[in-house]
Ligand binder design. Structure first.
Ligand SMILES: C[S@@+](CC[C@H](N)C(=O)[O-])C[C@H]1O[C@@H](n2cnc3c(N)ncnc32)[C@H](O)[C@@H]1O
Length: 216
């Protein structure tokens, strides 16, 4: 069974327009997409830890999924960063983010598009690291053929020595979608505490594993 899998509404996709809401309630912040909890602010420390790990590996970075922009801002503001490009599927997510953060760092560019199309267009060996944090439908996570086509494209876009970091997992097993495409993997264990209302983790506290896949 997949752990801490960000799922999205099956209706969602470029062209489709799911309802997108920023819900602030009793100090809890949730980005809801199509009625699903796509992102919550309790993840901040895990996002920052992932971002800091990414930024140890170069200066030009790429990220999939803007969400609340917690990781995007951390990467873009890191002293090592020369450029950080974030790809987001929904214009409304970007609008919400820009409303919350009217002043953005010069290093940050936000592009609109679908990762599963855009990845084939990314220039080879053009980035030092990718942080991968989209909310996808469970059917997409399970589609072995899709990952077999897409992950070699991620590897192609990375420079030698570059890294690929998917969002944390609450299980220590290496994520099967990526593991066969890299020779070296670094794993960091962190503790997490979610909100009592969080629906997408198993339990509301425990270990979170950040897996960093290295391109030789
Ligand atoms: C979990 S949130 C990202 C959270 C982010 N790391 C943060 O720190 O706030 C997932 C985001 O991925 C976006 N997304 C989902 N599918 C996508 C796709 N195929 N291409 C690009 N972005 C996608 C969603 O719209 C959502 O904004």
């Amino acid at each position: 069974m997949e752990s801490t899998t960000r799922t999205g509404n099956p209706e969602a996709g470029e062209g489709a327009s799911p309802e997108i809401q920023l819900i602030e309630n009793d100090g809890e912040v949730t980005l809801s997409i199509g009625g699903e909890q796509a992102m919550q602010a309790w993840e901040r420390d895990l996002m920052w830890a992932s971002a800091d790990l990414l930024c140890r590996h170069g200066q030009d970075f790429y990220e999939v999924g803007l969400g609340l922009g917690l990781s995007a801002l951390r990467i873009a503001n890191h002293p090592a960063t020369r450029s950080h490009t974030v790809l987001e599927l929904f214009g409304e997510v970007e609008e919400l983010f820009r409303r919350q953060h009217p002043e953005l760092p010069d290093t940050l560019s936000i592009e609109r598009g679908d990762f599963f199309e855009r990845i084939f267009e990314l220039p080879s060996e053009s980035i030092d690291g990718m942080f991968f944090d989209p909310a996808l439908d469970m059917e997409v996570w399970k589609d072995e053929g899709l990952w077999a086509r897409v992950v070699p494209e991620i590897v192609r876009a990375l420079r030698p020595g570059g890294v690929f970091i998917p969002f944390f997992s609450t299980r220590p097993e290496l994520r099967w979608q990526y593991v066969d495409h890299f020779r070296t993997v670094h794993v960091e264990r962190h503790r997490y505490r979610a909100y009592d209302t969080t629906e997408y983790t198993y339990g509301t506290s425990g270990n979170a594993y950040i897996q960093c896949f290295h391109k030789d």
